[in-house]
Ligand binder design. Sequence first.
Ligand SMILES: [Ca+2]
Ligand SMILES: [Ca+2]
Ligand SMILES: [Ca+2]
Length: 464
Amino acid sequence: MKRSSMRRWLGSGYAAAVFLAPALAWAAPQQLGLNVHQSLDVGLDATSDVHGTWVRMDFNWFQAEPAQGAIDFSLYDQIVDNARSRSLNVLAVIGYTPAWASSGNVDGADTLNDVPVAGAYEAFVSAAVQHFQGRVTHWELWNEPNLTTFFEGTAQQYVDLILKPGADALRAHCPDCLVVAPGLATVGGAWDVWMQTVFTQAADKVDIVSGHDYAGFPQDDPSAGQSSPSFYSKLEAHRVKKIGDTVVYEDPLSLRECMVKFGVASKPFWLTETGEQAAYGDTAAMLGQANYARHVLEAMLTRPWWTTTIFYEAFDEPDSGYEWGFVLHDPAAPGGYRCKTVCDVVRQAMSKQPAFGGNGADCNDGLDNDGDGLIDYPGDTDCQNPLSTSEGLPPLDGGVADGAQDGSAPDGEPGMRATGGTPGSGGSGCACSTRSAIGGNGAGWLLAGALWGSSRGRRRRRRR
Ligand SMILES: [Ca+2]
Ligand SMILES: [Ca+2]
Ligand SMILES: [Ca+2]
């Protein structure tokens, strides 16, 4: 995929960033939000702008407790309160080891990905949960621990030293709080093994299953689901390549398949990272990013088990080379940022689609609800007017790509592995969490143009 280099979380100073939201009076069946890292304003304002109700924030352990017992939550207080003042809920990702708590620095680089000594993580979780009682209810225990960039340890160490003690500490001090985990990246080839270890040993510690998916959509990229993984193949139906009746390549099980196989299918699923890069001003890239988000929302509507999506990410800093944001921070712009095309798509879907809490209908939500390539009234001829409640029925397969299950496979496809062989390098997916992101100034935005509408007429591939 188009994922460029992974950035480490800590690039620079964390001046102003923060996030988190309040317990809202929000009861939409499916909810949306943005990853904001530690934004104090721009990321929060962008989330509100598109009618998101959640922000996912870097609640970094090493940063809040640089010396054992010397805990300072002042930055996080600010972020959480700023989010709550905008009626945003906060999902706090609590991870990354301070040097004093390291059990050893295997990679010899920084200590943030080190396995902590026993007892340390849960002590911090206890302090955090008590301090934010009543303000933060959802806690994600680490981020992408299956990538060594973020956690050097094994799945067993994650279960023993992070998930189990962290969940116990969280529940002991906040019985109403919820554990979101394991937040795996679907790259690197072994996420299914991690899912197995987590859910065969600690299913009862997890309230909401989380995972990440950055693979492409077959609607936009014919190779998705074929020579490379697709969004759907990582989400719910892994690729199996056959020659005749013989399986020649097989991806790891998808997130949903793992949930079913390991007994947690009844728990809610949150997609806590997904998205695509687009440089502000690059019209084609911004349209591609907007279409990606649109397909995520369309896919979500036919999958009630998938209850929340938190897109990656809220905003870019100018000239950072990191372009996952919905908006570009620009202090000179009204409100302090400029919206990319994706803002228009997500704002309209959130404000109109009833499943997301909107007050409109399928025929004015900006989404291709039935997968026929036509969007809303009058484009989709099943719509009688803008408030018609149906564009027609979605495809029976929910949009899974043609040929996701068989066909010949070239050698060396990224993200695939030979049956019985070793994992491949992973084709798509993101390890891009936790970049330092510094907030700018207040609210506001500029429209980037309603370019997404030009996707009308594209035919979605249907299997039947
Ligand atoms: Ca290390
Ligand atoms: Ca629609
Ligand atoms: Ca349609």
